[in-house]
Design a protein around this ligand. Structure first.
Ligand SMILES: [Zn+2]
Length: 60
């Protein structure tokens, strides 16, 4: 399943591939396909069952 979000580095709209079977709260690192910077992706699910993906940059 893909969720649209915005890259924190380049600002492009991107699609994040999430694993629906991996649990309702996940966190992992994925590279932006546009600018190749690593995101810290946090996936969660709200009370309505909608998936949310939050992308954060890995600032030092
Ligand atoms: Zn990017």
């Amino acid at each position: 399943m893909f969720i649209s979000s915005g890259c924190p580095y380049c600002g492009e709209d991107v699609e994040v591939d999430i694993d629906e079977l991996g649990g309702t709260r996940q966190s992992y690192v994925q590279d932006c396909p546009i600018c190749c910077q690593p995101w810290e992706v946090t996936v969660s699910r709200d009370r309505d069952g909608d998936w949310l993906a939050t992308l954060r940059g890995q600032d030092e």
